[in-house]
Design a protein around this ligand. Structure first.
Ligand code: ADE
Length: 235
């Protein structure tokens, strides 16, 4: 897959996505990540990318033309263009799965108070990573690119690592434990050390339902255990 980011601050995306699994995915060619900086498409001496908002107000607005040119540089026919904004559709695992099947994604990252509204129609999707305001779209792009990249076939060595995980089947994932079996007096749950695969699967399912019912009942209201049963399991 290829991903390009239209950003004034490519380092904010390039650096975190050079580490760990995504860094390896880039080295191994699963992900090609490129950048297009609106500042490189200005024509004035000061390389101006922002200006005061019409109608007044605080902050600066990114000008349409440098963003437009930076986008044209990387966008091709068939590219899927995503504008990151807190006003967008909330990002979730389902969307990550859909995006992981695209050939080319282009992320437009706003900064300052946002981008001139006339850029919005150039995007296929306006996307938010949550109900809070970041300093710009870059940290949001990092989160989305990370979630998408790990779903590209071959990126995770253990293929089944994404099958049983949190959100994939609509539930939060059961807790994990590793050695030692007793740590500072705390034991690993019996079922997990039983060696009985059916028992382990049942325990995990019950934990996932209980956890979802307690922490995120909105995720699967029909499957999450009601409060009473939950109490027996967790307390
Ligand atoms: N830009 C600023 N805040 C954002 C958010 N929550 N999601 C996506 N882009 C943003």
């Amino acid at each position: 897959m290829r991903i390009d980011a239209v950003t004034l601050f490519p380092g904010m995306i390039d650096a975190p996505l050079s580490e760990s699994i995504v860094g390896r995915a880039r080295q191994e060619g699963f992900l090609e990540l490129g950048f297009s900086n609106p500042r490189d498409f200005t024509e004035d001496r000061h390389r101006t990318v922002d200006d005061k908002p019409y109608g007044g107000g605080t902050g600066m607005v990114m000008m349409a033309e440098p963003v437009y040119r930076a986008l044209k540089k990387v966008g091709k026919k068939g590219s899927y263009v995503i504008l990151l904004t807190p006003k967008g559709r909330p990002f979730d695992q389902k969307l990550a799965q859909a995006l992981s099947k695209k050939k080319h994604l282009v992320f437009i990252c706003g900064h300052y108070e946002g981008i001139d509204e006339r850029i919005t129609p150039l995007a296929d999707l306006e996307l938010s990573i949550g109900d809070y305001v970041l300093t710009g779209g870059e940290p949001a792009a990092v989160a989305v690119i990370d979630a998408v990249t790990r779903l590209i076939p071959g990126v995770l060595r253990k293929d089944d690592a994404t099958v049983n995980e949190t959100f994939t089947d609509g539930l939060l994932e059961a807790p994990h434990y590793t050695r030692p079996a007793v740590w500072r007096g705390k034991k690993v749950p019996e079922a997990l050390v039983s060696g009985n695969h059916r028992l382990i699967a049942e325990w995990r399912r019950a934990q996932a339902e209980a956890l979802t019912g307690k922490a995120r009942p909105d995720l699967a209201p029909e499957r999450a255990k009601p409060a009473r049963k939950r109490k027996q399991i967790l307390d």
